[in-house]
Design a protein around this ligand. Structure first.
Ligand code: SF4
Length: 463
């Protein structure tokens, strides 16, 4: 008996994206939410006298840091530890999770409050802690909704973007008995009451870090709800988990990166809460944790750093603008990607971060290469070129199937012999187009008709 076929990541992606692309309800929600975003971002960008110059400067600054990453990370560690903090270097997700669990076990931590952080999604931290008997509560409203619905974040900035206000009201009605059709304000007030108590009772807080400042050993956290600030104010232990690429040189750099992140992420001039933390509470200080740890996570970033030119993708400040601009993302949504990081930036970094290029390289083909992602990126990353570089890498590694390689050879031959293309009548060309590309084109679209070439029309007068 033949074994059951196990779907590859590529097959799962095709199935999920095919489904979502024709899901009208999903498309309506996403179009509405991204439409609101587009309008806000226009306002946010207007604060820049010369946005192009700001983007170029940001790209240069990140480029400089990445070129000297080791020095910057060591400087960060030196400064941060000099004020009583502790830095833990984690090679991969397992090391990071293990280090965090060890801290919690040592200090009898049972209740943790957590603010939104993609890097903790990357290492699967919340579920891991829960499996180990630690109550880990998401305190960002979007993440909280994702947690109580046992879902996955849909978007790197707006985790519950795929849900409408009515959907969210329905969730709170079913789960907590709130009146059907509760307004966002009523829901927010309800969640706030739950969270306030948790903040006070929690033994530890986990946050991400938007930026690590190497010059001062500071952790900079940006958020709109004030939950991260609450989380680091009450509990005795604070653990910040950060990818090693999060570094900027100096506090002055935040003058540039904060408005770029806010304007491109949510369309604000500046995000509501920007907190700079320099270490654990010092003598005489009223709030803050007694102990603070920073987990510096590699998890494939060094591999990406060695991949020239894809290393530029490490300049990403996770604003989400390229996701919102991408025609593919806007059609298939975040969940179809099947990876933590989605959209154009996810397609570039996922194969490298995971270390499994073959498994994730298909995402680099989920692009029209229109260049809109590059156009909107505040960090000046040439995303669509990097998608091409990934495709190139896959060809170099011999990953495309034999049929595709053969097809490409035929296309190359035909393209370099215009006579070949000219000779057959359109009916024959259309037959081959159907045979060769019909399946990949998909049942939901009409394959364009091949007509007589311009040369034939011009020289022979054929229609
Ligand atoms: S690649 Fe650029 S546009 Fe996309 S999330 Fe990162 S910084 Fe934003």
């Amino acid at each position: 008996m033949a074994g059951k076929h196990v779907q590859t990541a590529h097959e799962k992606f095709l199935e999920a994206s095919g489904r979502k692309a024709f899901d009208r309800a999903h498309r309506k929600i996403i179009s509405y939410n991204i439409g609101c975003y587009d309008e806000a971002v226009r306002g946010g960008k207007a604060q820049f006298v010369n946005l192009e110059a700001a983007r170029r400067l940001a790209a240069e600054k990140k480029h400089h840091v990445l070129e000297h990453l080791e020095d910057h990370l060591k400087a960060f560690e030196r400064e941060f530890t000099s004020r009583g903090g502790r830095v833990i270097w984690a090679q991969d997700a397992e090391e990071a999770r293990k280090a965090i669990l060890e801290i919690f076990e040592k200090h009898y931590v049972r209740q943790v409050v957590k603010s939104k952080s993609m890097v903790t999604e990357e290492i699967g931290l919340t579920r891991f802690l829960e499996k180990n008997g630690i109550d880990c509560l998401e305190t960002d409203l979007g993440e909280y909704i994702i947690q109580i619905t046992d879902d996955r974040p849909y978007h790197i900035v707006t985790p519950a973007m795929h849900l409408s206000a009515e959907d969210v009201a329905g969730v709170f009605h079913e789960r907590f008995g709130l009146p059907a059709g509760s307004t966002p304000q009523e829901i927010t007030a309800f969640v706030r009451n739950i969270l306030r108590e948790k903040f006070i009772k929690a033994h530890a807080a986990i946050t991400g870090a938007n930026f690590l400042v190497s010059g001062t050993g500071s952790v900079a956290i940006t958020e709109n709800e004030g939950n991260a600030l609450m989380a680091v104010s009450f509990p005795k232990i604070h653990i910040a988990v950060a990818g090693i690429e999060r570094v900027v040189s100096s506090l002055e750099d935040l003058d540039l990166f904060w408005p770029l992140l806010a304007s491109h992420g949510t369309g604000q001039d500046i995000t509501a809460y920007n907190t700079v933390i320099n270490g654990p509470r010092r003598q005489g200080e009223a709030g803050g944790p007694e102990q603070m740890f920073v987990i510096l996570l590699d998890n494939g970033r060094s591999r990406l750093l060695s991949a020239i030119p894809q290393r530029r993708s490490l300049s990403c400040i996770r604003c989400g603008a390229c996701l919102n601009a991408c025609p593919i993302y806007r059609n298939i949504g975040g969940h179809a990607y099947g990876t933590v990081y989605t959209g154009p930036i996810g397609a570039i970094i996922s194969p490298h971060l995971s270390g499994n290029i073959r498994e994730n390289i298909h995402l680099s083909h989920a692009s029209s290469l229109c260049g809109k992602c590059t156009e909107v990126c505040p960090a000046g990353i040439d995303l669509h070129h990097q998608l091409l570089q990934n495709r190139h890498l896959s060809v170099r590694l011999g990953y495309p199937p034999r049929s595709e390689r053969l097809g490409m050879k035929m296309v190359k031959k035909a393209m370099s012999n215009p006579g070949w293309l000219d000779k057959p009548p359109p009916a024959i060309k259309n037959f081959f187009a159907r045979v060769l590309f019909g399946k990949a084109w998909g049942p939901g679209r009409v394959l364009p008709k091949v007509v007589n070439s311009f040369r034939r029309r011009y020289t022979k007068g054929e229609r």
